[in-house]
Ligand binder design. Structure first.
Ligand code: NAG
Ligand code: NAG
Ligand code: CA
Ligand code: CA
Length: 240
């Protein structure tokens, strides 16, 4: 089939994009972008403790998706009361806000008040066209660590609806054209520029073929491509 051009995308999902501080004594709890504060509560390592208006966040760049899942475990240390909260954000979007009562949980460490480990799971979408993401946990507490505090661990970020983004320039610059699982058939018959770079998350395969591209051999890409020799105006093939 020497004349055939196509782009075909195989999406496998969910994609576990990131995880950190998963186990009781994970070494990566000490080497993370969230915070250098790490404590041991009865043998369980936690990123923390925090109080007052302290917040922790992690920035992800070159990440695209139609829908994401963010899970973590929040740790209540000692005596929270009804004014004390932790709020979760994905960029400017508030995903949730929670509080506990002073007596929730059992005393495991620090002051004689109770500790609680509570898992949280959120799903969200970002505004159109964004390819970075900042996750933030923001606390509001009115008493010091001798009385109350918080921490977190078991962070996971999943891409629940994966996408691939094609760009007209190297290094993910220029015009962008996004194709996600679920909308491969809409509009995307033709990518309207020469493709110079492609953002591809782990677990996605992009196959490209054109008589004038790599001698007509099908190229299979399983990771991001920073600068390709131009791939011109292919027909996007839905069924291939
Ligand atoms: C596919 O869906 C995603 C997420 O909803 C959107 O950002 C993108 O523009 C869509 N692409 C096309 C070609 O319709
Ligand atoms: C996140 O939490 C949800 C709901 O509990 C769960 O279905 C999903 O498997 C979790 N994801 C990961 C990566 O643990
Ligand atoms: Ca305690
Ligand atoms: Ca308080």
């Amino acid at each position: 089939m020497p004349g055939v051009s196509f782009i075909k995308i195989l999406f496998f999902y969910p994609i576990l994009f990131y995880q950190n501080c998963m186990d009781t004594r994970s070494g990566d709890c000490y080497n993370n972008d969230w915070s250098s504060n790490v404590v041991d509560c009865a043998g369980n390592i936690v990123i923390g403790r925090f109080t007052a208006n302290e917040k922790i966040s992690k920035q992800f760049s070159n990440i695209i998706g139609g829908k994401f899942g963010f899970n973590f475990t929040i740790v209540k240390f000692d005596s929270w009361d009804f004014v004390d909260t932790v709020t979760v954000f994905a960029d400017e979007i508030e995903l949730g806000k929670f509080y506990y009562n002073a007596g929730d949980g059992v005393d495991m460490c620090f002051a004689f008040y109770q500790e609680l480990f509570d898992s949280k799971a959120y799903q969200f979408r970002l505004p159109e066209g964004r390819n970075s993401l900042k996750l933030t946990l923001q606390g509001h507490f009115d008493e010091p660590l001798t009385n109350e505090g918080w921490g977190a661990k078991r962070f996971t970020l999943e891409i629940l609806q994966p996408c691939v983004e094609f760009y007209s320039d190297c290094n993910f610059q220029g015009e962008a054209w996004r194709i996600c699982s679920g909308n491969q058939t809409s509009q995307a018959r033709k990518i309207p520029f020469e493709i110079k770079s492609i953002l591809i998350a782990n677990g996605i395969q992009v196959k490209m073929r054109d008589p004038k591209y790599h001698g007509g051999q099908t190229q299979t890409y399983t990771s991001s491509q920073y600068c390709l020799s131009s791939y011109q105006f292919p027909k996007y093939n839905l069924n291939a």
